[in-house]
Design a protein around this ligand. Structure first.
Ligand code: SF4
Length: 197
């Protein structure tokens, strides 16, 4: 069970080492594109703001290059406290992801994004149950989340472009442009089916 007040959450052990408990959704009230990453990093934990650090700045650069305005976007994560061991960033465990996912789904329901972009494998799996971001990035899926079907266009996590895979920045930019076109497409345009064949 999760807390109504996110900053009071103690549903998993991540709250104990976080400077900011519950680094939450930020961005447009009803975004065209909602990005979903893994969790806050050290800079986000320090400032309590999603995608505040280098990764966020790289993603903002991709958004600009795709010709999309930031005010149409929103940012959130699978877990809302900095996943770390003694200050060293790590991926959240399965239990931590399960504990925190209801907050993400609540935000999706509340803000009703036109397209969701999971960034990297952990967010891809949390939103679709699929594994393999390299295989699935740039494709369009439909998944029921909350009260309605959601359009999902996976992409690489921007941190990968900072860790030696610089070419991923171009793929992320392409995927944002693809998501933007879907978000602004005529509603009669048929979506692809989920799961993929
Ligand atoms: S990561 Fe999520 S579930 Fe865990 S304590 Fe923080 S807000 Fe609660």
């Amino acid at each position: 069970m999760f807390e109504n007040n996110l900053t009071d959450c103690k549903c998993c052990r991540l709250h104990a080492s976080a400077k900011t408990v519950g680094v939450n959704y930020r961005g447009a009230e009803n975004p065209h594109i909602m990005f979903v990453g893994i969790g806050p990093g050290p800079e986000e934990d320090e400032h309590g703001i999603n995608f505040y650090g280098r990764t966020g700045r790289l993603l903002e650069d991709c958004i600009s290059k795709a010709g999309v305005r930031q005010e149409y976007c929103a940012w959130d994560n699978v877990v809302k406290c900095f996943p770390n061991d003694s200050g060293q960033i790590r991926n959240p465990s399965k239990e931590e992801r399960w504990s925190c996912a209801p907050y993400l789904f609540r935000n999706i329901e509340k803000h009703d994004p036109k397209v969701i972009i999971p960034l990297g494998n952990i967010a891809l799996f949390a939103l679709t149950g699929l594994k393999g971001i390299t295989k699935y990035r740039g494709q369009r899926f439909i998944r029921r989340i909350g009260s309605k079907d959601r359009v999902i266009v996976p992409s690489f996590h921007p941190a990968s472009a900072l860790r030696g895979q610089a070419g991923n920045k171009d793929f992320i930019t392409q995927d944002i442009l693809h998501a933007w076109r879907i978000a602004n497409a005529h509603p009669s345009q048929p979506p692809s089916l989920f799961p993929p064949s």
